[in-house]
Design a protein around this ligand. Structure first.
Ligand code: PLP
Length: 451
């Protein structure tokens, strides 16, 4: 079979049977899926033999790059020992023990316990139950409200999708569930108006104070936020935002949940986004970079303050998944964390490839189509605007320009993602300087093609 016949064959069979997540199936069936057949380092290969730089590290997860043999070997070794056992009913196994211990060491000091799940969505569903169980155990069962933010992404299950503030998700399936309250996001470029970023950071944070005043501290169990909103468009909060949130929550009986599903494990140039922004959270959902996506695994890091209640008076937590701490996924995660530590990849993001790419990425801000080029660690966005000073997204068909640019980018040999009219980037930590140069040159060509 020729390569183009092979691609056509995959596409026809895929269209016949496969309903894709977050995909318009009608147009997908008309155009055909992209068929990715192989990955190596920063690169993926499609079924037509094209080599494309994976500027999104899959879905913000393949942080150590594709095709690491060490992970395949660790998976195979664990498969040969015991390929599955559960952690329900007071049972454990060596990879679960070692991974929990490693996470207690690597995460901020207040975290010494983890509850394992299989994904970021499950982590956030677990957060909802944990927060409510925590307060009920302390005799405050009315503290069921969780404050979250518009345009946040916390997954697409009933719980995760409800915590997230994305209207297209809410519009299907009866979300949000009760007692989830959304407030403004710290998106200065889009919503800051005439305020400086610092003024806007304080104002956006004060939406939390207003919500507390309106709803009542006696009803609110937690505030949840991503240190940097990822899927919402790499929204890097102004420097004043997180300190103001800390001021508002100080001495309040409200748990702080830092959703580190994207920002965890080095993406922002520290092990956790919480360290980059000085956030002291009580619960911390993790997934993606925990295993660099080699196998599905996630967790909720539980601070000592919450663990004391859950493990003591909380009694049995009636919650869990068949594959919580799946031994093979846990072995893959352990090997992934070993690679990140041994290869000093967090330091590499902070001191080497991070600053190298940031400088070149920010220079794209001079392109006539770009209103802002921002990046922290290795998370970046280009805001495409026709009129730079106004910062207004005034393209006639909002959301289409970004999508067009994303398609051009793929054809040019670089995966970027489109969020509204912005282009999003989140490459592997192993990206070389030459690959970073290629990335920026390809992004520039893509912008030129879009003009
Ligand atoms: N939380 C955040 C911040 C995310 O970015 C995501 C996914 O992108 C999730 C949760 C959901 O994770 P999953 O897709 O593994 O369910």
């Amino acid at each position: 079979m020729t390569l183009s016949n092979l691609t056509a064959d995959y596409r026809a069979r895929d269209a016949a049977h496969h309903i894709h997540p977050f995909s318009d199936m009608k147009s997908l069936n008309a155009e055909g899926s992209r068929v990715i057949v192989r990955g190596e380092g920063s690169w993926i290969y499609d079924s037509d033999g094209n080599r494309i730089l994976d500027g999104m590290a899959g879905l913000w997860c393949v942080n150590i790059g594709h095709g690491r043999k060490e992970i395949a070997d660790a998976i195979q070794r664990q498969m040969a020992e015991i390929s599955y056992y559960n952690t329900f009913f007071k049972t454990t196994h060596p990879p679960a023990v070692a991974l929990a211990e490693t996470l207690a060491r690597l995460t901020p000091t207040q975290f010494n316990h983890v509850f394992f799940v299989n994904s970021g969505s499950e982590a956030n569903d677990t957060v909802i139950r944990m927060v409510r169980h925590y307060w009920a155990t302390l005799g405050k069962p009315r503290k069921t409200v969780i404050v979250a933010r518009w345009n946040a992404y916390h997954g697409s299950t009933m719980g995760g999708g409800s915590l997230g503030g994305m209207k297209p998700i809410h519009s299907q399936g009866g979300l949000p569930i009760p007692d989830i309250h959304h407030i403004a996001q710290p998106y200065w470029f889009g919503e800051g108006g005439d305020m400086t970023p610092d003024e806007f950071g304080v104002a956006a944070a004060r939406a939390l104070e207003t919500a507390i005043d309106e709803i009542g501290e006696d009803r609110i169990g937690a505030f949840i936020a991503e240190p940097i909103q990822g899927a919402g468009g790499v929204i890097i909060p102004p420097a004043t935002y997180w300190p103001e949130i800390a001021r508002i929550l100080k001495d309040r009986e409200i748990l702080l949940v830092a959703d580190e599903v994207i920002t965890g494990f080095g993406r922002t140039g520290n092990w956790f986004g919480s360290e980059t922004f000085g956030i002291e959270a009580d619960l911390m959902p993790i997934a993606k970079g925990l295993s660099s996506g080699y196998l599905p695994i996630g967790g909720v890091m539980v601070s000592d303050k919450v663990a004391e209640v859950l493990i003591g008076p909380g009694g049995e937590f009636n919650h869990g998944f068949t594959y919580s701490a799946h031994p093979v996924a846990a072995a893959a995660a352990l090997e992934n964390l070993r690679i990140i530590e041994d290869d000093r990849l967090v330091e590499r993001v902070r001191d080497d490839i991070g600053p190298y790419l940031q400088e070149r990425w920010r220079a794209l801000g001079e392109h006539p189509l770009v209103g802002e080029a921002r990046m922290t660690g290795l998370m970046g966005a280009l805001e495409l605007v026709p009129d730079k000073p106004s910062r207004k997204s005034a393209f006639p068909d909002t959301g289409k320009v970004g999508t067009i640019a994303r398609d051009f980018s793929f054809r040019n040999g670089l995966v970027m993602r489109a969020v509204r009219d912005s282009l999003i980037l989140s490459p592997p930590f192993t990206l070389s300087h030459e690959e970073a140069d290629y990335l920026v040159a390809t992004a520039r060509k893509t912008l030129d093609d879009t003009l």
